[in-house]
Design a protein around this ligand. Structure first.
Ligand code: PEP
Ligand code: MG
Length: 315
């Protein structure tokens, strides 16, 4: 087994009434895992594995992947590490997976769609993750990107189980998946909301295009309505609903997300301190009231204003 680095003591995230909300890290490489552990992450909520292979012309071997994943997992003994399988396409093209001639890559053969077509690449990654799990004491949660329905989540979960990876989840970042959260949770052990893509697809605004950047705002009540639906499905199934998009790092929005049923937030580690402090100021009842104000706003700006006012009135 690989020895763990010395990490800072972890202060678990919680609301004023003691409701636990896990504060997790977004990472892209083993060095990020080390930093995240040192800053007190309770685990990893999103390991963007495709970041390791952005410059590779060919698919990485099982051996190379096993080494990379083991190096990252070793920093989180006994902790949850959510590893996203390769999310190739659009803003993150991989030469060995992405079709070069797509007219509209954000709507193309990407994420789990391409992995289902090139299944051996997915199988190799699951094998490497199983190896890394065996070599460390981390708890590996595997997660599929860009899932659009329960057929895909079911297929992914059964493949993961074949490799002994017993906690398999789906990202919810496509509106169809948000609408079908009930079915997706029947075939997944957990879900994590990718608010970056969920916002892009809900508002029909390319997340890379500056001229429509104003639409790329996860405070938009349409996005929050979808998250409410996912939160309700998580409560019904008693399964974890997390958020791993940029929204989780916004302290006021974090309160809204928890009010909508989200119970883990994954972010870049510099945001830990402020998000933890914000959550500590409200009870679950108050977070629900604040979320209710936000979902009835007319716009993203309106939602933000309502929440700022409500928090100020409370003092
Ligand atoms: C997201 O879409 O919110 C997400 C977390 O994934 P990425 O930003 O890597 O697409
Ligand atoms: Mg995404």
């Amino acid at each position: 087994r690989v020895a763990a680095m010395k990490a800072a003591p972890v202060e678990p995230g919680e609301l004023a009434d003691g409701t636990p909300v896990q504060i997790l890290a977004n990472i892209g490489k083993p060095a990020d895992a080390e930093r995240a552990a040192a800053l007190g992450a309770e685990g990893v909520g999103l390991f963007r594995t495709e970041f390791l292979f952005l410059d590779s012309d060919t698919a990485p071997t099982v051996e190379k992947q096993t080494a990379d994943y083991t190096a990252a997992l070793a920093h989180f003994p006994g902790k949850k590490v959510v590893v996203r399988v390769l999310d190739a396409g659009a803003d993150k093209p991989l030469a060995f997976l992405t079709e070069a001639d797509e007219p509209n890559p954000a709507l193309g053969l990407r994420g789990i769609r391409v992995l289902m077509k090139k299944e051996q690449i997915l199988r190799d990654q699951l094998q490497a993750l199983a190896n890394a799990q065996a070599a460390t004491e981390a708890k590996v949660w595997v997660m599929a990107p860009m899932v659009s329905d329960a057929h895909e989540s079911e297929h992914f979960t059964s493949l993961a189980r074949e490799y002994g990876l017993m906690t398999a989840g789906s990202m919810i970042e496509v509106p169809s998946a948000a609408l079908l959260a009930e079915q997706i949770l029947e075939t997944s052990d957990f879900v994590s909301v990718g608010t970056n893509d969920l916002t892009q697809y809900t508002l029909a605004a390319d997340r890379l295009l500056g001229s429509v950047a104003a639409f790329q705002d996860p405070w938009h009540p349409a996005v929050l309505r979808l998250i409410e639906r996912i939160g309700d499905a998580g409560e019904h199934h008693q399964k974890n609903v997390g958020v791993c998009g940029e929204a989780a790092a916004d302290p006021n929005l974090a309160i809204v997300l928890v009010g909508l049923g989200v119970r883990s937030l994954s972010m870049a580690p510099p945001a830990f301190v402020e998000v933890r402090a914000a959550l500590k100021r409200v009870t679950l009842e108050q977070a629900k009231e604040i979320a209710h104000l936000a979902i009835f706003a007319k716009s993203a700006e309106g939602a933000k204003g309502r929440v700022v006012d409500a928090l100020a009135t409370r003092g």
